[in-house]
Design a protein around this ligand. Structure first.
Ligand code: PLP
Length: 394
């Protein structure tokens, strides 16, 4: 077993997945074919949202959301420091300013109290939006965030990259699935191979807002509009007589090419069918880790069996993290660290962020480690991981 690397996460590609990609490659479409709409429709119904827009990757999804919400130079947006940098970078792509809140040391999620404090400190209108992250697969309580956002006229982009299929339970006892659009204006997902659903590269935006949905469709393809009812130039200019000629289209805003390909969508679609099965296995793995590490003095912050947790990651906070990490590598167990606090990345330090600014996030970073967590991790492999960790501290 120890000759084979056990990573912290990995994709699971079945024969059926391979077959649908081959079928699509043999079809008339490589890009912009029927598989994209099919994937969008299936994904929207999976998370319970009205609309879904498939895009090239999760970062493109975030960028399009920031564009659709008109993030502009100087606009202030709040997000968490414990996330992949893309959650924050989308604000910078549009010239906005990223303000990091701090995390809750129990859930590792953006602490709503830290957000409230930031909002109270400045005149209303200073901030434009919040980007909470369903970090590690644990759903943010967006019902609470929506209340706060309404108070301050803010939009919400839910970064749900870690949590397709995850949910929180709202104050009425209802399950609110990540990306269902009931509280956030927009939600985004990634189909990078370490995420729940893999399409190579790929991403999705979900929303219940029709206006935003239409904007996203245009922005995804260069800002081009192809709709007789929406053209701004005249029929005569377009070269038609009574109506616009069939070839006609207009670029009305500055968009991008952020499209996904048809064969990636076919793969995503096929993977989506197994999404619930994957989460069930992830929860089982989490429960086994939880049972194995319960009450060990060198490990804290265990998080087994939390309702609605989608377990993209299984995180421990440990003593001597560096020693454990290096030891596990010698055993071919490639744990990972999620994340280096974003506000202390050299790029964000340029804006004045410094050590001590977000204490809970910085403290968390000193001890966190993500253990192998993916549906094809066997019980024997997990047992090996557990034994090696316990062995290290003996
Ligand atoms: C993966 C990820 C992204 C970016 O997705 P890509 O598809 O890699 O561009 C954004 N936010 C979070 C939290 C992620 O984990």
């Amino acid at each position: 077993m120890s000759n084979q690397v056990i990573p912290y996460g990995r994709q699971h590609i079945t024969e059926e997945d391979i077959q649908v990609v081959i079928d699509t490659l043999k079809s008339d479409y490589l890009t912009q074919g029927p598989k994209i709409k099919e994937f969008e429709d299936n994904f929207a119904s999976y998370v319970g949202a009205k609309y879904a827009v498939a895009v090239a990757n999760g970062t493109a999804a975030l960028h399009l959301c920031a564009l659709a919400l008109d993030v502009n130079k100087g606009d202030k947006v709040i997000t968490t420091p414990i996330t992949f940098a893309a959650s924050a970078n989308c604000v910078r792509y549009c010239g906005g300013e990223v303000i990091f809140g701090d995390i809750d040391p129990k859930t590792y999620l953006l602490n709503i109290d830290s957000v409230r404090t930031l909002l109270k400190e400045s005149p209303k209108g200073t901030y434009k939006g919040i980007i909470p992250v369903d970090f590690a697969g644990r759903a943010v309580n967006l019902e609470e965030y929506r209340k706060l956002a309404n108070e301050y006229d803010l939009w919400i982009i839910e970064d749900a990259c870690h949590a397709p299929g995850g949910f929180f339970v709202d104050s009425h006892g209802e399950k609110q699935f990540c990306g269902n659009g009931n509280h956030a204006d927009l939600a985004i997902f990634s189909f990078h191979p370490v995420k729940h659903i893999a399409s190579g590269e790929g991403g999705m935006i979900t929303t219940n807002d029709e206006t935003l949905y239409k904007k996203l469709l245009t922005l995804r393809t260069h800002g081009i509009v192809k709709d007789n009812d929406l053209y701004e130039n005249t029929v005569a200019f377009a070269g038609g007589d009574e109506s616009y000629p069939l070839w006609y289209m207009e670029m009305q805003t500055l968009g991008y090419n952020y499209r996904i390909t048809d064969f990636q969508a076919a793969l995503g679609n096929s993977q989506l069918k197994r999404a619930d099965e994957g989460i069930a296995i992830r929860r089982m793995i989490a429960d086994r880790y939880q049972a194995a590490f319960a009450d060990l003095p060198y490990i804290k912050g265990q998080s087994g069996s939390i309702e609605g947790h989608a377990y993209h990651l299984y995180i421990l906070e440990v003593e001597d993290r560096l020693g454990l990490y290096n030891f596990l590598r010698t055993k071919n167990i490639f744990a990972q660290i999620h994340y280096i606090p974003c506000h202390l990345m050299p790029y964000y330090r340029e804006f004045g962020w410094k050590e001590g600014d977000r204490l809970q996030a910085e403290q968390y970073y000193k001890h966190c480690i993500s253990l192998p967590m993916y549906p094809t991790l066997t019980e024997a492999e997990q047992e090996y991981v557990i034994e090696e960790i316990k062995g290290y501290y003996k």
